[in-house]
Design a protein around this ligand. Structure first.
Ligand SMILES: NC(=O)c1ccc[n+]([C@@H]2O[C@H](COP(=O)([O-])OP(=O)(O)OC[C@H]3O[C@@H](n4cnc5c(N)ncnc54)[C@H](O)[C@@H]3O)[C@@H](O)[C@H]2O)c1
Length: 396
């Protein structure tokens, strides 16, 4: 294969920057990022310059209309994912979409009221939207690649290899996972209107997608069909609005949250009666925590995606290392730390882009595709219904 796959990256923010670094690492498949689009054109120009990307636009339509661009990579705010996915599909492009595929962002309510909309109504709306995506995608010949990096992480892939062997005599009984940190610094993350939810949607989407993926993987290996979720039970709150937080002083945790939860827990029951529980919160000091513990009848597998303890560093005075990158959201480098030698690699970002480019080049399904993306959204919003109504939600 000599003709490069041409990609148009839409969005030039935080996630676009690491996607760009990953495209440069793709091996065995020629890939060219041909254009970057951002409504903030100077941001797109700066990212394009750093990565040698020839074209910059301030409107998504230009990459849709450019017949030389085969792939649209959506790294834009969550509320734009669904409309852009539908437009890209109609334009016949392959699609990469960041998490989550979609959510509820309001249907004419005043912006500050969106988070108070009945969660049952939100679930119904996202279910309708997911049906629309399914219909559009049914006639779409391109690939849909869901950018859930956890599933592509080297530790997770090793776990899949081990689990596949264990499935001969064993079953996954219990999955526990978490993604937490001290809080997003994006003002958009604080309001439902822009983010489509709080910690559960923003952080919990990773362990949730990975747990769903594992039970689907188990079902497909054993019975030729996925094991799905039948029941969802969740809880959530904004811990920064508690009296305990109000009394505290000088917390480094992010504050100023609008209408979204900063602490969440979701428990799933699968159709085979097994369980999964995930935590996602903005209440954690000391850097990001991304982990999963999978308990089988005949084995146990743990993934520590972040932090990793393969490099240990102790100092009383962190001043000499102030410019050295350690870990996402680590507040201090004093004391004992675990500087991450390659955070993006260990989190699976280059691997997901490699998988997606191979899927497109060799016309095979990506490891993480549309079905997983849809299920994550439905389970997340069933979780929000459960939080609001204080009871379990049954999925059909
Ligand atoms: N997989 C992960 O670990 C991970 C990590 C971070 C972000 N994300 C996801 O990536 C997406 C982007 O997040 P981010 O942190 O990069 O946000 P960001 O705010 O840093 O960047 C988003 C960019 O999109 C641009 N934009 C807004 N509207 C646009 C439009 N109509 N057309 C073109 N560009 C437009 C903004 O100007 C901004 O530059 C989100 O969906 C988020 O959930 C995933």
């Amino acid at each position: 294969m000599t003709t490069p796959i041409k990609v148009g990256v839409v969005g030039a923010g935080f996630a676009a920057a690491f996607h760009l670094r990953c495209y440069r690492q793709v091996q065995g498949v020629p890939v060219e990022v041909a254009a970057i689009v951002d409504i903030n054109k100077s941001r797109a120009e700066e990212l394009a310059k750093r990565n040698g990307v020839p074209k910059v636009y301030d409107d998504f339509r230009y990459v849709l209309e450019d017949p030389s661009i085969q792939v649209i990579d959506l790294v834009v705010p969550n509320a734009l994912h669904l409309p852009m996915v539908l437009d890209a599909a109609k334009a016949g492009k392959h699609i990469l979409c960041e998490k989550p595929l979609t959510g509820y962002f309001g249907e004419g309510e005043p912006e500050e009221k969106v988070g108070t909309t009945s969660k049952r109504k939100m679930l119904q709306k996202v279910q309708q939207d997911l049906q629309t995506v399914s219909k559009v995608m049914a006639s779409h010949k391109g690939k849909f690649c869901y950018a859930e990096n956890w599933v592509h992480a080297p530790a997770f892939k090793k776990g899949m290899e081990l689990m596949e062997k264990c499935f001969v005599s064993g079953s996954i009984l219990d999955i526990r996972g978490e993604e937490s940190h001290s809080g997003s610094h994006s003002e958009f993350a604080k309001w439902w209107r822009y983010s489509g939810g709080g910690a559960l949607a923003r952080l919990g989407a990773h362990p949730l997608a990975s747990g769903l993926f594992l039970k689907q993987f188990e079902g497909e290996k054993k019975f030729g069909k996925p094991i799905l979720v039948k029941e969802v039970w969740a809880d959530g709150t904004d811990l920064t609005k508690t009296p305990a937080f109000a009394k505290s002083k000088g917390s480094p945790l992010v504050t100023g949250w609008g209408d979204v939860e900063t602490w969440s827990q979701i428990t799933l029951t699968f159709t085979d009666g097994t369980k999964a529980t995930f935590f996602a919160a903005d209440d954690l000091l000391g850097g990001m925590e991304s982990n999963m513990d999978v308990r089988l009848t005949n084995a146990r597998i743990k993934f520590d995606l972040c932090p990793v303890r393969i490099c240990q560093f102790y100092t009383v005075d962190p001043a000499p290392v102030k410019d050295v990158y350690f870990n996402e959201k680590q507040e201090t480098k004093a004391g004992l730390s675990f500087p991450n030698p390659h955070e993006e690699w260990l989190l699976g970002y280059p691997h997901e882009i490699q998988d997606f480019m191979e899927a497109i080049a060799f016309d095979r399904p990506p490891l993480t595709g549309l079905e997983l993306a849809k299920q994550v959204v439905e389970v997340l919003y069933a979780g929000y219904v459960s939080m609001e109504e204080g009871r379990k939600v049954i999925l059909s």
